[in-house]
Design a binder for this molecule. Structure first.
Ligand SMILES: Nc1ncnc2c1ncn2[C@@H]1O[C@H](COP(=O)(O)OP(=O)(O)OP(=O)(O)O)[C@@H](O)[C@H]1O
Ligand SMILES: [Mg+2]
Length: 212
């Protein structure tokens, strides 16, 4: 019997996750698969409320540990309410960011010690690790130019205002995560043409997950 899959899209702000996820969804639909497109944070009703706290420019008082726990709370809801039921129903779940972003942004980027949450993570999140993770890499310089093109301030969120060195640390974090689990990660150069990247993603789905 066919079982569902969880495929996550990871990488720095503006690396092309949403662009590639949308194209992957269209390709899978054309191949006859049923797809659930979702995102982190915010895949559930509770998650939408958490997202509005996390991305609000006025929330300068948000503590780093509070931010971390909000992301985890959202993820647990998201897994239990939508991702796992969809996988059980045989769907392919495409998720825009997942736990790797927490480790890269909060751990490597902000320098938080994630050992305090290890127990929650190993019980509630790690057992449901993605079947495949697409990591798109771009340089911090490319981030700056892509984000500058988002003209309206309202379109920028709190993370867009982070520094160049922060993004360099996050990028290093993603690289180390990918190196530690090469069987789960597919690392692609996000500076290539959109269609070239899309073809590489389709190749990965065919070869790693036998989706065709
Ligand atoms: N391969 C590419 N080459 C050039 N521009 C691209 C490429 N992929 C995406 N873009 C453009 O870069 C911008 C950011 O892309 P997108 O929104 O897909 O990134 P993202 O990773 O989802 O960003 P965020 O983390 O902020 O959600 C968009 O304007 C998009 O059209
Ligand atoms: Mg996006």
């Amino acid at each position: 019997m066919y079982s569902g899959k969880l495929i996550t899209f990871e990488g720095l702000d503006g690396c092309g996750k949403s662009t590639q996820l949308e194209k992957t969804k269209d390709w899978l639909n054309n191949q006859g698969y049923t797809v659930l497109k979702t995102r982190e944070p915010g895949g559930t009703v509770i998650g939408q409320q958490i997202r509005s706290i996390l991305l609000n420019l006025e929330h300068e008082e948000l503590q780093a540990e509070s931010e971390l726990l909000l992301y985890l709370a959202d993820r647990i809801q998201h897994l239990q309410e939508s991702i796992l039921p969809a996988k059980s129903a045989g769907k392919i779940v495409l998720c825009d960011r997942f736990h790797d972003s927490t480790v890269a942004y909060q751990g490597y980027g902000r320098g938080l010690n994630l050992s305090s949450i290890e127990s929650i993570v190993s019980h509630c999140i790690k057992p449901y690790a993605p079947d495949l993770t697409i990591l798109l890499t771009i340089s911090p310089e490319t981030i700056a130019s892509r984000l500058d093109r988002r003209q309206k301030q309202a379109e920028k969120d709190r993370l867009d205002l982070e520094s160049h060195s922060f993004f360099a640390r996050v990028a290093q974090g993603f690289q180390e995560l990918a190196a530690a689990e090469p069987e789960r990660f597919v690392c692609l150069n996000g500076e290539q043409e959109i269609e070239v990247i899309q073809n590489e993603i389709i190749d990965a789905l065919q070869q790693r997950l036998q989706i065709c």
